[in-house]
Design a protein around this ligand. Structure first.
Ligand code: GLU
Length: 493
């Protein structure tokens, strides 16, 4: 085989589903692993399902995820453009091409015009249901001669074109994940290839495009497995070489059901908004249905490209486990450079009105330290607000479980000592911040938990939290004094 060529071929019906992202990812990993070419094609032959802006949305989601491709549809200067030698890459621009092959199939006798009305099709279906049969087109128009058909078309009758399957023929193919598959044509409907609106169906378009675009491997979700025999048969009657098929197990929820919007997030954009890092989401998604030989769980895109193979893709559905995703994403939040994590935090803090542009400009370093001390234990960036909020108001809100600690007999003594200690200095620097508690200990004779817990509660409102010396440093003298006053007045009187 020459160069590997793979494609991701979404329909622009809204947003990119997390399962679609995984399909794109596996395509990308396999392509890169084999130094092939990856193509983004837009399958918009079902015009009733088209959603404005969906193509842009798909492209942006792929770009954000770090999934690169070589040919197809891109956005440049805010506009959709196509690049590559096999275009157009948007199916609605290829109607003439499909028509040509539909005509060829009709001429060969492998397809036929069908004039059945919706009412007729419905009643056939009803009857079959009553008899307990699988509903299927009954072949009524198979016997209309080509001559008669052309006449009827000329007279303005509405029609579709159907594929004419031979009776009782086994269609066989091999799937890299599923193994050998055989389906008898008696169990397959005479598939519509061309609709009455002049658009091809997905089945016709996908086969023509994959052939003309020299696609070598078709990697897609297993919901397309029942369609594959139809495609195989089309390749046969058109005399084309078949690609290799790979059907991926569906991404399921913990109840082993398809992930659906009703149960929560399924769009890539939802995860992006919550502040999942693309590295975290992509790393985790790769593991939903695949694992590398060494069972490593933290993997960069390069690692995955190196280790990826379809032999290690599971046959049965992969479970999307949000806790595990959170764990993987938390790893990236902890390990990525603090500059980047701060950049990612800023929009959430702005949204919560904790900071504005001016603040960011004047306090970048301060923000970085703050984000750094709270990022441990975070799962997605939108959690940042809850964690940093206490730093932005001196009206300390003491958590309920911490109120008792604040009422310790030593608290007033400690706070008074802190006031006195701070009156001796101008400004708190890092070194001073690290030594302040020692100084208070000396002044008061109170130490250990008895010293630390009430102080933490008084200044930060809770029993637990980030490194205390850093909090002292970030608060600075004035804020600490204000907090001491506030806590004394509101909790200790
Ligand atoms: N257009 C199909 C989809 O939206 C692609 C199926 C395929 O990859 O053949 O999923």
């Amino acid at each position: 085989m020459g160069e590997f060529r793979l494609r991701f071929a979404p329909s622009p019906t809204g947003y990119l589903h997390i399962g679609g992202l995984r399909t794109a990812l596996y395509n990308h990993l396999f392509t890169k692993h084999n130094n092939g070419k990856f193509i983004l094609r837009i399958e918009d032959t079902d015009q009733t399902r088209y959603v404005e802006g969906a193509i842009e949305n798909l492209i942006n989601a792929l770009e954000w995820s770090g999934i690169e491709y070589d040919e197809g549809v891109f956005i440049e200067d805010g506009k959709i453009v196509e690049k590559g030698e096999y275009g157009p890459y948007i199916q609605s621009k290829r109607l003439d091409i499909y028509k040509k092959y539909v005509d060829k199939l009709i001429e060969q006798g492998d397809a036929y015009y069908c004039f059945c009305s919706k009412e007729r099709l419905d009643s056939v279906r009803e009857e079959q249901k009553i008899k307990g049969l699988v509903p299927k087109y009954d072949g009524f128009c198979r016997n209309v001669t080509l001559e008669e058909a052309k006449e009827r078309i000329e007279n303005g009758e509405e029609y579709v074109v159907r594929l004419k399957f031979p009776k009782n023929k086994d269609i066989k193919f091999h799937d890299l994940v599923r193994g050998d598959i055989v389906i008898n044509t008696d169990d397959i409907d005479d598939q519509v290839l061309l609709k009455s609106d002049g658009y091809p169906t997905y089945h016709m378009a996908v086969v023509v495009d994959d052939h003309l675009m020299n696609i070598t491997h078709i990697v897609r979700g297993e919901e397309w497995l029942p369609s594959t025999p139809k495609h195989i048969y089309l390749y046969e009657v058109l005399g084309w070489e078949k690609p290799t098929y790979v059907h991926l197990p569906t991404v399921l929820n913990k109840e082993r059901k398809k992930l659906s919007k009703r149960q929560g997030d399924v769009a890539v954009g939802d995860f992006r908004e919550k502040g999942y890092l693309p590295e975290g989401l992509v790393n985790y998604l790769a593991l939903v249905g695949w694992s590398p030989e060494d069972n490593e769980e933290i993997l960069s895109m390069e690692d995955m490209i190196e280790k990826f193979s379809f032999e290690r893709v599971a046959k049965t559905g992969g479970i999307f486990d949000k806790d595990k995703l959170d764990w993987v994403n938390g790893h990236y939040i902890r390990e990525e450079p603090i500059e980047r994590i701060t950049d990612l935090s800023i929009p959430y803090m702005k949204e919560a009105n904790l900071i504005d542009d001016k603040f960011v400009k004047e306090n970048r370093e301060w923000l970085e330290i703050l984000v750094d001390i709270v990022r441990e234990g975070m799962h997605h960036m939108d959690e940042i607000v809850d964690r940093v909020q206490f730093m932005f108001t001196n009206e300390v809100e003491v958590e309920t479980d911490a109120v008792d600690t604040l009422k310790d007999e030593g608290t007033l003594t400690i706070l008074e000592a802190m006031r006195e200690e701070l009156s001796l200095i101008e400004k708190i620097d890092e070194e001073y911040a690290a030594s302040l508690m020692k100084k208070i200990q000396k002044r008061t004779g109170i130490k250990g938990k008895k010293l630390f817990m009430p102080t933490r509660v008084a200044l930060a409102g809770s029993l637990h939290g980030p490194e205390f010396a850093k909090i002292i440093y970030l608060l600075g003298k004035q804020n600490i004094l204000e907090r001491i006053d506030y806590v004394e007045n509101n909790y200790l009187k």
